[in-house]
Ligand binder design. Structure first.
Ligand code: HEC
Length: 121
């Protein structure tokens, strides 16, 4: 009986937390909107191409294992050479964290997961 009460209470709380009709962008959407154009894998993405030129083993953000949140956060806030900074009115700290979590949760398609190995030993 008690269990049922707790369950229905949780269900009610869940229903309250998302206002009806309001679409809240999550990490995936914000990544697509603000970062993907420059940072998706493959040619035609400025950030990816520049990082590839600099010799990054994984030039896209997705698929990186070495990105830490504090670094990503400071790059997003301050910009980095060619990359424009984002103000808190454009992306909140929470949204940056969600973008980071989204990036870390993604995997590169298998064909692109390997760094290019053109050189024969
Ligand atoms: C207009 C294109 C552009 C957009 C939009 C953009 N970036 Fe960048 N980003 C770049 C470029 C170019 C670099 C490489 C800068 C350099 O080293 O000269 C870069 C570098 C970075 C780096 C550093 C990578 C490293 O290895 O040092 C991170 C982290 C990063 N971007 C995250 C993001 C995130 C997160 C977003 C979305 C909120 C974003 N960027 C949006 C162009 C962009």
């Amino acid at each position: 009986m008690n269990k049922l009460l707790v369950l229905s209470l949780l269900a009610t709380l869940g229903a309250c937390s998302s206002k009806q009709g309001e679409v809240v962008a999550d990490g995936a959407e914000n990544y697509e909107r603000y970062c993907a154009g420059c940072h998706n894998p493959g040619p035609g993405h400025g950030g990816t191409m520049l990082l590839a030129e600099k010799g990054a083993p994984v030039p896209s953000l997705i698929g990186r294992k070495d990105l830490d949140y504090d670094y990503l956060h400071s790059v997003v806030r301050q910009g980095l050479i060619e990359m424009p900074p984002f103000r808190p009115t454009e992306l909140s700290d929470t949204e940056i964290k969600q973008i980071y979590d989204h990036i870390m949760a993604q995997k590169l398609p298998p064909a692109k997961a390997q760094p290019a190995k053109n050189k024969t030993p």
